[in-house]
Write a protein of this length. Structure first.
Length: 239
């Protein structure tokens, strides 16, 4: 089954499961605040991408940080997740597009007249095939204006045995059992476990971003059980 279809099957329970994850929403908001803080000198209202927007939880974090007048284009490959997002109440400047991250240049040509001020991408790149990640990073760069910023948030444990072990315990001891209890398609959470173990390390993603020309990279990690597991990187497209 295609990955997008697995997310479709999990969509109606996704928000419930995230509410059971301590710190999930707080981490999204912190990353969105950091992104908007870097854009404080930009003209208002901002135009921002929300890549891998899912059910709109990251979109909500972006709007809370940037304000209701912000133009936000959410992009996701899962029709089921986007149906959940579109069913929520949004300001007029928010829209959602079903597409792969690899299709970003074509989507941008239809949706915007020029580059956005910035881009937010939570839990996106590990769902992109490894051989296409450099292409996606370059596409994100091209769709952000010169001097604009991107924020990427995801789980990165490769190369850290302690973080990998904690991640495995949490996935098999907490996340997957909860998915069974709430009928949230446990298969997608088994995929989540493996995809995080296989995801780029922070060093590998740093190299991808620098190869694409991003500068001023700033890494941070979450608190609690996610310390050293959930990371956010901010990166700037040079002026």
């Amino acid at each position: 089954m295609q990955l997008a279809e697995q997310f479709d099957r999990a969509a109606d329970r996704y928000d419930l499961l995230t509410r059971l994850n301590p710190g999930y929403h707080r981490a999204l908001r912190r990353a969105a605040d950091a992104l908007v803080g870097r854009l404080h000198g930009a003209a208002s209202p901002l135009t921002l991408w929300d890549l891998g927007c899912g059910s709109g939880l990251s979109t909500d974090a972006v709007l809370a940080a940037a304000g209701p007048d912000t133009r936000v284009i959410g992009l996701d490959a899962s029709a089921g997740m986007l149906a959940q997002a579109r069913a929520k109440s949004w300001p007029p400047g928010v829209s959602f597009v079903q597409a792969l991250a690899q299709d970003l240049p074509e989507v941008a040509a239809r949706e915007l007249d020029g580059p956005a001020d910035g881009a937010f991408a939570a839990y996106l790149l590990r769902n992109v095939p490894e051989h296409q990640r450099d292409e996606v990073v370059a596409a994100v760069r091209d769709q952000v204006r010169a001097g604009g910023w991107v924020a990427l948030q995801d789980y990165h444990v490769k190369g850290d045995r302690v973080a990998s072990a904690v991640w495995t315990v949490v996935c098999w001891g907490v996340v997957t059992p909860l998915a069974f209890v709430v009928r949230g398609n446990p298969a997608i959470y088994r995929y989540l476990w493996r995809s995080v173990l296989d995801n780029d390390s922070t060093a590998q993603l740093t190299a991808r971003l620098e190869h694409a020309g991003f500068t001023d990279l700033a890494w941070s990690t979450a608190g609690g059980w996610q310390r050293g597991i959930l990371h956010t990187v901010l990166a700037r497209r040079p002026s």
